[in-house]
Design a protein around this ligand. Sequence first.
Ligand code: UDP
Length: 245
Amino acid sequence: MDEIYNLACPASPIHYQNDPVQTTKVNVHGSINMLGLAKRLKARILQASTSEVYGDPTVHPQTEEYWGNVNCIGLRSCYDEGKRCAETLFFDYFRQHKLKIKVVRIFNTYGPRMHPNDGRVVSNFILQALRNQDITVYGDGNQTRSFCYVEDMIQGIIRMMNASDQFTGPVNLGNPEEYSILELAQKIIELTDSTSKIVYRPLPENDPLQRQPNIELAKQQLDWEPRIDLEEGLRHTIDYFRRLI
Ligand code: UDP
């Protein structure tokens, strides 16, 4: 084995909050297990970290230098702090054991083959729109996210794995086009020709207000940037869910 991609952790808030103790465990114990394996086999190891390490950011857009604003006892902290601790472990194995590490911070990603019960916003809205059911916007819908199509993301991750050993990251990977959740809902209604109405539900605890990656480092070091804009990516994803249902 030459390379390990450690993606082992549920990424959807409803799934990682379903068993928060296991979420912290998979990030901490799981990373230790994989780092130990990488050390023994002298394999290169990549950690799928997350924009959640920035928490509810006070710096916008987020650069890799920003240390983040995370509540360590909130409902999201099993994921946020679990992923932060995993980054700590990766960098300590790098400094202490000279491991070849790679850390990517993945921002919201979507695309075909998402699970229909994933619970994240893009798949929820598309399924609701295709079924002409109410679209559930949490809060007032003014919170923002930046959505990256899955093929772009995979390209970025592979480029990072293949980059020189000196470049450990962390590096942001995501699409810097920023949309409010309300704009996303309207776009999906339009693209699906749906009769769905938008309804408002309470905002989950510690739901970040805004999120947008600064991807200058990835552009410079990996010669990478997303190619597929939101509308095109949504069309592919809508086609997928239409066939599925
Ligand atoms: N959201 C929403 N309706 C849904 C699912 C999510 O309004 O049915 C909102 C959620 O509150 C958040 C944003 O969409 O502000 C993105 O949520 P998601 O669960 O996709 O990922 P997050 O970026 O919060 O980890």
